[in-house]
Design a protein around this ligand. Structure first.
Ligand code: NDP
Length: 338
């Protein structure tokens, strides 16, 4: 439970946030500022760890490019993605987190205190939470970018609901695309899968499920050349990858499902990176290095939800605080009122 803070005290607490250029040794640094990183910051700040959040040049994660979020608990009317993340941020700052809106450019996890560099600036921390997330891979078309959040999405779980009774297309032939297409049949009138080769890459069982579904049609050898519409998407120009011929497909939604790229380059050679480039987690939040914890989509290729990432951030902060107490860097954790 968060105790009520009087309004006067609130502004004082915000004012005590140290400047972002303070490179003194920290008890905890958090790399990443999506739901996992900022939830970790809220918990850690309330445990007086005064975390430094290295938030990235484009902070606050994938929800910043999402419009309506209707599945995050606590917002019965829904909330815009950027507004939700701003609330996460304010809550983290309220208790004394420092947010640095720059990319970490190098880390050294080989010795404690761990080193994190932001350009020339070196930060040292006794513990680190890695919450760098994953990014959806996009097609890279200017028109795709223009309609993002206005009919173009990379998350059926997040946005499928808005396409009730509509016709949508899904790009991709892997398990993500097959899963998204099958999920979208709950809402959409028709789902057209656009596969750039003449076969799927995904598993047999998921192929069968999609191919056998009366609402799903598969168009082989097709790629998207352009997304068209006025305020929102109304059609796609498709290009046949075998003949080069173009055609028009009227749809109101386009789901890009060509894979995710976990943001793990920074840790290459220092942490174990598993299948698909995701970080391997040991136990709940462990990395294999004492004092380094992992949270959110950078390791989770299964759920990929804001609420699961937030839960992970909470766990990582509790684990970090207990670990710091166990090595004598903080007072024992048992008194912490999470
Ligand atoms: P994959 O890399 O397996 O598949 C990507 C798909 O997108 C391929 O069909 C690929 O085509 C296509 N593609 C890539 N780039 C483009 C492009 N520019 N234009 C059009 N199509 C493109 O990624 P997934 O995210 O599907 O899966 C990643 C991993 O996660 C896999 O191991 C998968 O099994 C797993 N997974 C498992 C799930 C489950 O078990 N429930 C659910 C989701 C994922 P091409 O084949 O021609 O390269």
């Amino acid at each position: 439970m968060i105790p009520a803070v009087p309004a006067t005290l609130k502004s004082e607490m915000t004012a005590t946030v140290p400047p972002s250029t303070d490179t003194s040794r920290r008890k905890l640094a958090i790399i990443g500022s999506g739901p996992a990183g900022l939830t970790a910051a809220i918990y850690a700040a309330r445990a007086n760890l005064e975390p430094l959040v290295i938030a990235g040049n484009v902070p606050m994660g994938q929800l910043m490019i999402t419009s309506d979020v209707e599945n995050y608990p606590g917002f019965p009317e829904g909330i815009q993605g950027p507004e939700l993340m701003q609330k996460f941020r304010e809550q983290a700052e309220r208790f004394g987190s420092t947010i640095l809106e720059r990319d970490a450019t190098r880390v050294d996890l080989s010795q404690r205190p761990f080193g994190i560099w932001v350009g020339q600036d070196e930060y040292r921390a006794d513990s680190v939470i890695i919450a760098t997330g994953a990014s959806a891979i996009w097609l890279g078309l200017p028109s795709e970018e223009e309609f993002r959040g206005r009919g173009v999405s990379a998350c059926a779980t997040c946005d499928g609901f808005f396409f009730r009774g509509r016709e949508v297309a899904v790009v991709g032939g892997g398990d993500t695309a097959l899963e998204e297409a099958t999920f979208l049949t709950r809402f959409a009138e028709k789902v057209t899968m656009l596969v750039r080769r003449d076969e799927f890459r995904g598993s047999k069982i998921m192929q069968e499920r999609a191919l056998g579904h009366p609402k799903i049609e598969v168009l082989w050898n097709k790629e998207v050349a352009e997304v068209k519409g006025e305020m929102t998407v109304s059609s796609l120009t498709l290009r046949d990858t075998a003949t080069g011929e173009t055609s028009d497909l009227p749809v109101q939604g386009l789901f890009i499902a060509i894979g995710y790229k976990p943001n793990t380059e920074l840790f290459s050679g220092q942490l174990q990176i598993g299948e698909g480039g995701y970080l391997d987690v040991i136990g709940e939040t462990g990395s294999g290095i004492d004092g380094v914890f992992i949270a959110g989509d950078v390791h989770d290729h299964h759920y990929r939800q804001a609420v699961t990432a937030a839960g992970d951030g909470c766990k990582a902060a509790i684990d970090a605080e207990r670990w710091l107490a166990s090595v004598g860097e903080t007072e024992t954790a048992t008194a912490t009122n999470w």
